[in-house]
Design a protein around this ligand. Structure first.
Ligand SMILES: Nc1ncnc2c1ncn2[C@@H]1O[C@H](COP(=O)(O)OP(=O)(O)O)[C@@H](O)[C@H]1O
Ligand SMILES: O=C(O)C1=C[C@@H](OP(=O)(O)O)[C@@H](O)[C@H](O)C1
Ligand SMILES: [Mg+2]
Length: 191
């Protein structure tokens, strides 16, 4: 019908560096859209225990293999428990795009890159947050990994959101509007 937005069942996938807010924004977006929220790290922990413990026992390569399998299962709908037509919002771990398979798998989704900087994430990573990739000098590690991974984020992003100033709810609304999702108006978020 004229003026009506077409249904679009592609999942919305949030990517970006550690502590940018992928999980927080993903949850806010799922709440806004009455959709299902999935988080690759949460699935990993449910199935394998704490990420830091897993790294210590089995190493990063083994973590990445399992992470890529989880991403594939999440995108394909194998982990979905809600109504098949409910919007799906999937937050990925910051290092998941190192996998070429995962980059390929998410190319069929709305891919939203949460772009942050060190000043924004510093208060969030200053204490131990259970992220083994930030062991040692967390700020230095974050910057080095961001430098290395930024081209990957940029290469797959269909929408980039600057998350330096605002709340997860602000960014959720910004994403919903930018993707022109059914049920969202420019004014207040819901049709
Ligand atoms: N926009 C925001 N403003 C304030 N705090 C935030 C914001 N986004 C995330 N946070 C907080 O920062 C921390 C890291 O966020 P998280 O969503 O886990 O990041 P990611 O999943 O990208 O690693 C959490 O404690 C979260 O509540
Ligand atoms: O960037 C990374 O290599 C990692 C990011 C983490 O997820 P967040 O980006 O949600 O912190 C988690 O997957 C793991 O600790 C490794
Ligand atoms: Mg997260």
């Amino acid at each position: 019908m004229p003026g009506e937005k077409a249904e679009d069942s592609r999942p919305i996938v949030l990517i970006g560096p550690m502590a940018a807010g992928k999980s927080a924004v993903g949850q806010a977006l799922a709440a806004l859209l009455h959709g299902e929220y999935l988080d690759s790290d949460e699935v990993f922990v449910r199935e394998n225990g704490a990420i830091a413990d897993y790294f210590a026992k089995h190493g990063e390569d083994s973590f990445r293999e399992l992470e890529a399998e989880i991403v594939a299962r999440a995108i394909s709908g194998q982990l979905t428990v809600s109504h098949p037509e409910a919007p799906r919002i999937i937050s990925l771990g910051g290092g998941s795009l190192g996998s070429a398979t995962s980059r390929e798998v998410i190319s069929r989704c709305h891919v939203v890159y949460l772009e942050a900087d060190l000043a924004t994430v510093l208060p969030r990573i200053a204490r131990d947050t259970g992220r083994p990739m930030l062991a040692g000098d967390a700020a230095e590690r974050w910057l080095a990994l961001f430098d290395q991974r930024r081209p990957l984020y940029e290469s797959v992003a269909q929408l980039t959101v600057d998350v330096r100033h605002g709340s997860p709810e602000d960014f959720a609304l910004e994403i919903a509007r930018a993707l022109d999702l059914p049920g969202i108006t420019a004014k207040d978020g819901r049709a």
